[in-house]
Design a binder for this molecule. Structure first.
Ligand SMILES: Cc1cc2nc3c(=O)[nH]c(=O)nc-3n(C[C@H](O)[C@H](O)[C@H](O)COP(=O)(O)O)c2cc1C
Length: 409
């Protein structure tokens, strides 16, 4: 773990369930940044948090490597030391939290693991630095499934249950508060509470998903997981096919009263979600960017027991999505670049982020791109940061735009 000061991490951390309760009491859904291999790194997490994302996932880290090597830990998990707290740092600002400073970002460390000991050890090593740990049961890639990781775990529900049970008891032995038997929204874990959660896909036979969740959840009054993230696609459904709304409706109505459920998949803008919730205000308009979207018939799905929204691709393109922006504003580019200056990323990776943010994105306005295709291509040819910054500033001044990285840093 790349640390600026070890002591900084020993400060109390907010329990993620407190965030779920807080957003519910604010009459809104919780907003989450999905785990994204390569992309959901510190500077990006800080950027989306600045624009209203409540809870951020790290990219999936392989528990085996994380446990075995300090170098793997240092390169995979980078956290910042907290700066003095502001009233909005807890991620629960009144307004939906637009424009936060660089406070501590509530962060979930996601692991790929296939055995209880592997996950529990990784959780124990990560716990001082993060707010919770999550198990990836959704990665469909063949190498992961060959290692019995990711989506392969959807066929091994008892193993997943054993992994989360072992992880909970390891964290408890280490002195972290994980007891949900007596948990209420006002429970104060004195900053030592840590969560254990899983992120799943669905089966084509939904009864198997119901069995999976029932097994992993355990006793609902003293459950094995704090919450569940559902990506309502099967292991073989490409991400170009819309999420399975019917499955989501059934799963949230069956389990959403027992534990908080986040949906991952097709959260493109807050105004174009294909479902409604009393926690969504204003209600989505039901227009989608996908003309083949066969969810139209089901577009009025009402999900009263959904607790939150997790976005991956659309947040990459527009880190300000949860701040209510349908397309990426220049301000998000500035915030990202100033975060990269403090928490560096490789140049090529940063430029990739910039081309995503300056592209057409996933909002309803296909002409909202900040840069033309040609300009984005030019950006990918830049060999150093000075050229990148100069080029962005030049384009902005041509457009009469104020701002820029130099002014933000
Ligand atoms: C570049 C990329 C990397 C991803 N990496 C992970 C990962 O590390 N762990 C995981 O559980 N899901 C991962 N996913 C899946 C996303 O978390 C999410 O479930 C999926 O993309 C659907 O959400 P979206 O429609 O908002 O993109 C990744 C997705 C993308 C696009």
């Amino acid at each position: 773990m790349d640390t600026e000061s070890e002591d900084g991490f020993l400060q109390p951390k907010i329990h993620p369930l407190t965030l779920f309760s807080a957003t519910k009491s604010q009459n809104r859904l919780l907003y989450a940044c999905a785990p994204m291999v390569r992309y959901s790194k510190l500077a990006f997490r800080q950027t989306v948090h600045h624009f209203g994302t409540d809870l951020c996932w790290t990219p999936m880290m392989l528990a085996k490597e994380f446990n075995r090597s300090r170098f793997a830990r240092d390169s995979d998990l980078t956290m910042s030391t907290p700066t003095p707290r502001t009233p909005t740092d807890a991620g629960v600002s009144e307004s939906g939290a637009h424009g936060r400073g660089i406070g501590e970002v509530p962060t979930i460390a996601q692991f790929g693991a296939s055995q209880p000991l592997e996950l529990s050890r990784a959780a124990s090593l990560a716990a001082p630095y993060v707010n919770g740990v999550d198990l990836n049961c959704g990665c469909p890639q063949s190498w992961a499934c060959a290692e019995k990781l990711g989506a392969a775990l959807m066929e091994r529900r008892e193993v997943v249950r054993d992994m989360v049970v072992e992880t909970r008891s390891r964290l408890q032995r280490d002195g972290w508060a994980v007891d949900l038997a007596n948990y209420t929204p006002s429970t104060d874990f004195a900053g030592r509470g840590r969560s254990v959660s899983v992120k799943i896909r669905v089966h084509s036979d939904l009864r198997r998903t119901m069995d999976f969740i029932t097994t992993v959840l355990g006793d609902e009054h003293n459950r094995n997981i704090d919450w569940l993230t559902i990506h309502p696609r099967t292991r073989s459904t490409p991400s170009s096919i819309p999420i399975n709304l019917e499955a989501l409706e059934i799963l949230t109505s069956t389990f959403g009263t027992k534990l908080p459920i986040l949906v991952s998949g097709d959260v493109f803008t807050l105004s174009t979600l294909p479902y409604t919730s009393h926690l969504l205000d204003p209600q989505p308009t039901f227009t989608t960017t996908n003309s083949d979207n066969n969810n139209e018939d089901l577009s009025k799905s009402h999900l009263p027991h959904l607790a939150g929204l997790m976005s991956a691709r659309a947040l990459l393109a527009n880190p300000a999505l949860f701040g209510g922006h349908d397309s990426c504003p220049w301000e998000a580019v500035d915030v990202f670049m100033s975060n990269v200056a403090r928490a560096p990323l490789p140049l090529k990776l940063s430029v990739h982020h910039l081309t995503e943010m300056c592209g057409p994105g996933f909002g309803p306005d296909r002409n909202a791109a900040l840069l033309t295709k040609k300009e984005r291509l030019r950006l990918t040819e830049m060999g150093n940061w000075v050229d990148v910054i100069d080029y962005m500033d030049e384009i902005r001044s041509q457009r009469g735009e104020k701002g820029g990285i130099v002014r933000v840093v």
